[in-house]
Design a protein around this ligand. Structure first.
Ligand SMILES: Cc1cc2nc3c(=O)[nH]c(=O)nc-3n(C[C@H](O)[C@H](O)[C@H](O)COP(=O)(O)OP(=O)(O)OC[C@H]3O[C@@H](n4cnc5c(N)ncnc54)[C@H](O)[C@@H]3O)c2cc1C
Length: 316
């Protein structure tokens, strides 16, 4: 795709955040192009939960529907990656992986995040099915089952408590988090959370499903699901090329924004997991709409200033 004359908004990322922004922008008669690499974060999961009106919908079905809605209002799409972005004469240029360049007045980064998983054999293969991170996303599906929590940091203690709400059979494997402090031990004991100390060697499987957590010393603990705490790394490369800086977070890194998604870089907004590491689908959808509304208002103000200048010039 090559747009010499440019569009109002380039939306980078066509997940929940980017597509909902595209609908809002297109409904405001803004020209918008969504550039999407096609790798939504929840793709490995069978269903998306807590999505009102679409409870349990297959993640890709939700996005297919969202894309059709944006398309209906005139949004355009580039299936591929944005590989570079830069400022250009008061606007932006975005280089695409097909060699084309997109020119846009504003940019919305809805590029999501990368889940950096603990380096334990079996974790990546089962990610999104039997290896989980979010009690709201898939906790109900494993309620009452045998849930192992892979300890990698203090956050794993919190995760054990969260999953204990859903099952009486929770085991915390301390793995690399170290031994819990006295207060945490007491909490786990009071809630009947079994604590198993020592490094984990692997997750064993049978027929492609999780079977057990295997310790380095060889002992295997049968489980039905394992909760892990990934490091959440927002995709910030384009933001950094535009002069922004990724912000640190105890759970990873992200693009800091104001309430409507405005970033520190003039003309650039961010929404969804790129700006909020804990945003679920509905929150990302809402953030996309909010950012789109703010971008439209910003363009309206710019257009009004330009109209006044033109009117004065014509009068003088
Ligand atoms: C296993 C799993 C299960 C989950 N289950 C649930 C659930 O049940 N309910 C729930 O509410 N939430 C769930 N989530 C969270 C959910 O995935 C996120 O809330 C949601 O995906 C965030 O939407 P987003 O648009 O910000 O990012 P994403 O959905 O990740 O979309 C980002 C898009 O941007 C594209 N992209 C990135 N960089 C570029 C680039 N340079 N050029 C072009 N395109 C680019 C990517 O390819 C991707 O398509 C789950 C997460 C995981 C990991």
């Amino acid at each position: 795709m090559s747009t010499r004359h440019g569009v109002d908004v380039a939306v980078i990322g066509g997940g929940a955040a980017g597509l909902s922004a595209a609908v809002t922008l297109a409904r405001s008669l803004r020209s918008v192009v969504v550039v999407d690499g096609g790798e939504p974060r929840n793709a490995p999961a069978a269903g998306a939960h807590n999505v009102l009106g679409h409870e349990g919908i297959a993640p890709r079905d939700l996005l297919t529907a969202g894309r059709a809605e944006a398309d209906r209002y005139g949004a355009r799409f580039h299936d591929g990656r944005a590989v570079a972005a830069r400022h250009c004469e008061g606007a932006f240029e975005v280089d695409l992986d097909d060699g084309g360049t997109l020119r846009a007045r504003r940019i919305l980064l809805a590029t999501g995040l990368v889940d950096e998983l603990p380096d334990v054999p079996g974790v990546r293969d089962l990610w999104g099915t039997d290896v989980l991170h979010c009690p709201y996303c898939h906790g109900w599906e494993v309620r009452g089952r045998r849930i192992g929590v892979l300890g990698t940091s203090e956050l794993s203690l919190h995760q054990a408590l969260m999953f204990r709400q859903l099952s009486e059979h929770v085991t915390l494997f301390t793995h690399t988090m170290g031994s819990p402090e006295d207060q945490a031990w007491e909490q786990m004991a009071a809630l009947d959370v079994q604590v198993v100390e020592g490094p984990v060697r692997m997750l064993s499987t049978e027929g492609g499903r999780l079977r057990a957590v295997v310790l380095a010393e060889g002992h295997a603990f049968p489980v039905d699901a394992v909760a892990v705490a990934p490091r959440f790394t927002a995709r910030t490369d384009l933001y950094e090329q535009l002069g922004g800086a990724a912000a640190d977070h105890p759970m990873g890194s992200f693009i800091a924004t104001g309430p409507m998604g405005r970033t520190d870089v003039e003309g650039v907004w961010a929404a969804g997991n790129a700006a909020d590491l804990s945003a679920m689908v509905s929150v990302s959808t809402g953030a996309g709409v909010a950012a789109a509304a703010a971008i439209n208002a910003d363009l309206v103000a710019q257009d009004a200033r330009a109209a006044v200048r033109a009117r004065r010039a014509a009068a003088s």
